[in-house]
Design a protein. Structure first.
Length: 445
C-alpha cells in the first residue's frame, strides 16, 4: 500500500474519517475562496451592483457543472470500490475512462454555458442594473469551466484511493494566485467584473493542470498514461449509472434555484446582493458537512467493496456525531457575528439588512441538511445514487417550487421566500432517515 493511499477497510473508524475529511475541508475552504474573494473584491472596490452581478450567477454555474459533478461522484465510487476489492486492472481502466469523459464533457458544457448565459439571466429576472455585468462575468467563467472540471475529476480519483492531501496542496497554490490576480486586475488595471472572472479561470486551470501533472508522474495503480487514454464502455456505464442520478439531481436542483433567485430578485438589487452574500457565507458554513459526506462516501465505497456492512453503519454514525457537533458550533457563532461577516462584502445599509436577515433565518436549520447530506453520501458509497436523487429532487425542487409559488401569492415578504430552503432541508432529512431505517443498505445488490 502506497503512503499516499489509505485503506479504510480496517483500523479506527473515526480516525479514518477525520484524517480523510480534514484535507477535504481545507481544500473546500480554498475552493470557496475563488468566488468569495471575487465577491469581496467587487463589493468593496467596484460596488453593490457588481457584487450582485457576481453572486447572482451562482445557481447558473452550479447548474452547468451539476451533471459533471455527478460523473466525478460516480467515478469516485467505482474507483473506491475497485480499490477496496484490490482489483487494480479495473481501477486503471476506471481512471482513464473518467479522464477522457471529463475532457469531452468540459468542451460541451463550456459551449452551452457561453451561449446560454443571456437567456438564463433573463429567466432569473436579473435586475437591469446588474444584468450586463452578470453576462460578462458568466461568459468568461464558462470559458474556464474546463479547468474546474479537470481539477474536480483528478481530485475524485485521488480521494477514491484515500489521498485527500495532494489535491489540497495544489488548490492552496491556485487560491493564493486567484487572490493576487483579483486584486491586480481590479485595483491596478480597473477591469471590474471581467477582471475577477479572468483571475478565477486562470487559477482554476492551474489547479487542474497541477493535479494531472501529479497523476501522470505517479507510478501507483491509479496513475495516468497517454497510451491508456480510452473509454471502457462497460465501466463508463457503471460510472454513469452511479453518477447520473447525483448529477441530474444537482443540475435540476440548481436550475430550480434559478427560479428561487427570480423570486429574490423581485425585491430589488439590494436584496439580490444580500442573498448572494448569504449564499457565499452559507457555502463556507456547509463545507464541513460536504467534506464529511465525501469522506463517508469513500469510506462506505471501500467497505462495500470489501463486503463489510457493519463497518458501514458504524462509519455513518461516527460521521453524524462529528458533523453535527461542528455544524451546531459554527451556526451558533455565526448568528452573533452575522453583521460583521456581511459587512466584509459590502457596507450598504440595505444590503447589510438583507444579508444578516438571510443568514440568521436560514443557518439555524443547517443541522437538518447535515443529516440529509451524510445519508446521501453513504447511500452513494454503496452504489445507490437513485434514492438520494429522488428524495432530494422531491424536497429541493418539487416541494420547494410548490411552496414558493403558493407563498409568493399569499404573503408579500422575502422572509417567507427565503424560508423555502430550510423547509426543503427538513423534508429531505425526514425522508432520508425513513428510507435508510426501513430499507437498510441492500449490499447484496
Amino acid at each position: 500500500m502506497s503512503s499516499t493511499t489509505k485503506d479504510m477497510t480496517q483500523g479506527t473508524i473515526w480516525v479514518h474519517l477525520i484524517k480523510f475529511a480534514f484535507p477535504l475541508l481545507m481544500g473546500n475552504i480554498f475552493q470557496q475562496l475563488y468566488n468569495t474573494v471575487d465577491s469581496i473584491v467587487v463589493g468593496n472596490f467596484v460596488g453593490a451592483d457588481a457584487l450582485g452581478a457576481v453572486t447572482s450567477t451562482i445557481p447558473i454555474v452550479i447548474t452547468l457543472i451539476g451533471a459533471f459533478i455527478g460523473l466525478s461522484m460516480g467515478a469516485g465510487v467505482v474507483i473506491s470500490q475497485y480499490f477496496g476489492a484490490k482489483d487494480f486492472e479495473n481501477l486503471r481502466a476506471s481512471t482513464h475512462t473518467a479522464v477522457v469523459s471529463t475532457i469531452i464533457m468540459s468542451l460541451i458544457i463550456s459551449a452551452i454555458g457561453y451561449y446560454s448565459t443571456p437567456y438564463l439571466l433573463r429567466m432569473m429576472n436579473t435586475p437591469e442594473s446588474v444584468y450586463k455585468e452578470a453576462v460578462v462575468y458568466l461568459k468568461i467563467f464558462s470559458l474556464g469551466l474546463s479547468g474546474t472540471m479537470l481539477y474536480n475529476m483528478g481530485s475524485a480519483i485521488l480521494r477514491a484511493v484515500g489521498d485527500s492531501k495532494r489535491p489540497l496542496y495544489y488548490l492552496i497554490l491556485a487560491s493564493i494566485l486567484n487572490i493576487i490576480l483579483d486584486l491586480l486586475f481590479v485595483i491596478k488595471f480597473s477591469s471590474g467584473v471581467a477582471g475577477v472572472a479572468y483571475a478565477t479561470i486562470l487559477a482554476q486551470f492551474i489547479s487542474g493542470l497541477a493535479i494531472f501533472w501529479r497523476l501522470f508522474r505517479s507510478t501507483e495503480p491509479h496513475s495516468l498514461r497517454f497510451s491508456e487514454m480510452k473509454i471502457n464502455t462497460e465501466i463508463l456505464k457503471r460510472i454513469i449509472k452511479i453518477g447520473f442520478p447525483a448529477g441530474f439531481q444537482m443540475a435540476v436542483t440548481s436550475f430550480s434555484n434559478v427560479f428561487v433567485q427570480a423570486y429574490i430578485n423581485a425585491y430589488g438589487a439590494a436584496c439580490t446582493a444580500g442573498w448572494g452574500i448569504y449564499a457565499r457565507v452559507d457555502a463556507f458554513v456547509t463545507l464541513s458537512t460536504q467534506s464529511m459526506a465525501m469522506s463517508t462516501t469513500t469510506f462506505v465505497g471501500q467497505n462495500a467493496g470489501a463486503k463489510k456492512p457493519d463497518r458501514i453503519h458504524q462509519g455513518l454514525h461516527a460521521a453524524m456525531k462529528i458533523s453535527l457537533t461542528i455544524s451546531i458550533t459554527i451556526i451558533t457563532i455565526l448568528y452573533f457575528i452575522a453583521p460583521f461577516v456581511v459587512s466584509l462584502f459590502n457596507r450598504d445599509t440595505n444590503v447589510l439588512m438583507f444579508g444578516v436577515m438571510f443568514l440568521r433565518l436560514n443557518s439555524i436549520f443547517d443541522p437538518f441538511n447535515v443529516v440529509a447530506q451524510l445519508h446521501a453520501g453513504a447511500l452513494r458509497g454503496v452504489g445507490d445514487s437513485k434514492t438520494p436523487m429522488l428524495i432530494m429532487l422531491s424536497s429541493f425542487v418539487v416541494f420547494r417550487q410548490i411552496y414558493l409559488f403558493i407563498i409568493s401569492r399569499l404573503i408579500h415578504s422575502v422572509k417567507f421566500i427565503a424560508f423555502g430552503y430550510p423547509l426543503g432541508w427538513i423534508l429531505c432529512c425526514s425522508l432520508m432517515l425513513y428510507h435508510v431505517r426501513r430499507r437498510g443498505w441492500e449490499l447484496e445488490r
